[in-house]
Design a binder for this molecule. Structure first.
Ligand code: DGP
Length: 138
């Protein structure tokens, strides 16, 4: 998807309406239209990049900084019991809008949770997985 037909670029350019809660020079934070809980906020870099693989270091740092600012605001405003940060990268991980964004999700006691608790590794899989990832990092 090019930046020209990206809905989040259009929100950043004020060409589409959004419930914007915070912005600075490099990032914008606005409410997700399909929240897991009220207050669920998306944090984007203003400059288009598709995902964690494409975003540059400066924008990544800026998005992380804004995500934490928003987390503090949600806790204060909504009296959350906790906050999840999440990011879907590529269709295989459930990404549907291909402009990098971090989900800042308010959580309340008793919420259902889809990912945790995790499940233990199969025999031998623990060390092998660690080895594979270390190999990719060298
Ligand atoms: P994902 O790409 O799966 O990480 O999720 C995209 C999220 O974006 C999804 O939770 C719904 C939200 N969303 C999609 N279109 C719009 C929109 O036009 N405005 C707003 N505020 N949120 C949107």
């Amino acid at each position: 998807m090019s930046a020209a037909d990206c809905i989040f670029c259009k929100i950043a350019a004020r060409e589409l309406p959004a419930q914007i809660v915070y912005e600075d020079a490099d990032t914008l934070a606005f409410l997700d239209i399909n929240p897991v809980n009220p207050g669920h906020t998306l944090v984007i870099p203003k400059k288009h990049s598709a995902d964690v693989f494409e975003i540059d270091d400066a924008d990544w740092i800026a998005v992380m900084r804004t995500s934490r600012i928003v987390a503090h605001a949600l806790e204060k405003a909504l009296k959350t019991d906790g906050i999840n940060l999440g990011m879907n990268n590529r269709a295989g991980a459930g990404q549907v809008v291909f402009h990098a964004h971090v989900h800042v999700m308010p959580r309340f006691k008793g919420d259902p949770h889809s990912l945790w608790p995790g499940k233990p590794y199969a025999e031998g899989e623990f060390a092998a997985t660690g080895e594979k990832i270390r190999g990719a990092l060298n």
